[in-house]
Unconditional design. Structure first.
Length: 301
């Protein structure tokens, strides 16, 4: 059985959809906290297992011997390492055949998000389970989600330089890669599946872009001037917290921009497009979709 944790989250939901295109539904199980949120998947023949990262005792029913599991990382920055450790322990105890994990591309120590993901990778390696690390780069949607405010104000702010580059891809791109790996493990365990084991994929977009380029593309698509304004890390953090972003998340955003400024998220490794068998989604396409959504919401008011 293929098991996907966090399957009703923004990434997990897409992973399951792409898996359903490749694997019979009765070979897929999802691990969720809320059965109702997975009712649609259950109706399509997917097995639903109820467990909570924060309640280790519930994780015993998340896995069964021989399962091939995908641990989709949680988004609780303060408890992630403990949560992931509990999942890894439960998977090892259950005797899963392999464990894949969605981490992060950057390798710089001292970046809080990287430190968390690397700690989980070390837990998985120490477990002795065959593993696949899917080190996702940054999502393009992390920037397009800001477009309503950016277009209203005509400015995109951050603490990376306007020319500093980042090689993003979409959630759809990363989800498809995870689905390909998991389907290979299920359908060709001794061939393509075996090639995925005990290795890490550094996943990123095919083309790196700069914040000045993002601002220009958003302005072009929307038909309104947009510029990028570089702030100090402290000033950017103040902007974020002033807009209601929690302090831990604000620190994450400023740390990320520092990482971008050092070039750590600009690598175009090609691993993502090789896994999916197609180019990653261009920035212009994602911006176009986001601008259309902004216009649709405005028209509906």
């Amino acid at each position: 059985m293929l098991v996907v944790t966090g399957a009703t989250g923004r990434l997990g939901r897409i992973v399951v959809e792409r898996l359903l295109e490749r694997v019979p539904a009765d070979r897929i199980a999802v691990v969720v906290r809320d059965r109702e949120r997975a009712a649609g998947l259950a109706g399509r023949g997917v097995t639903v297992r109820i467990a909570d990262y924060n309640e280790p005792g519930t994780l015993a029913r998340a896995f069964a011997p021989g399962d091939r599991a995908l641990l989709i990382s949680g988004n609780d920055l303060e408890r992630n390492v403990a949560q992931h450790s509990a999942v890894v322990a439960a998977a090892r105890t259950a005797g899963v055949a392999s464990l894949a994990y969605t981490g992060i591309l950057s390798t710089a120590a001292g970046f809080a998000l990287v430190d968390m993901h690397r700690a989980t990778e070390r837990e998985i390696e120490a477990s002795g389970l065959p593993y696949t690390f899917l080190r996702n780069g940054w999502y393009t949607e992390n920037y397009t989600v800001r477009l309503p405010q950016v277009l209203a104000e005509g400015v995109l702010v951050g603490n990376a330089g306007p020319g500093d580059r980042i090689a993003t891809a979409t959630r759809e791109d990363y989800a498809l890669a995870a689905a390909v790996v998991m389907a290979d493990l299920e359908q060709d365990p001794d061939g393509a599946g075996a090639a995925h084991l005990d290795r890490a994929y550094d996943l990123s977009g095919d083309t790196a872009w700069s914040f000045a380029e993002f601002a220009a593309e958003a302005g072009r698509q929307a038909g309104t001037p947009v510029r990028y304004e570089q702030l100090t890390a402290a000033a950017y953090r103040d902007v974020l917290t002033g807009a209601g972003v929690p302090e831990p998340m604000a620190r994450l955003f400023t740390d990320t921009d520092d990482s971008i400024a050092r070039g750590e998220l600009a690598r175009t490794t090609g691993d993502l497009s090789r896994l999916t068998g197609r180019p990653t989604t261009p920035l212009a396409e994602t911006v176009e979709q986001a601008v259309a959504a902004v216009r649709a919401r405005a028209a509906a008011r």
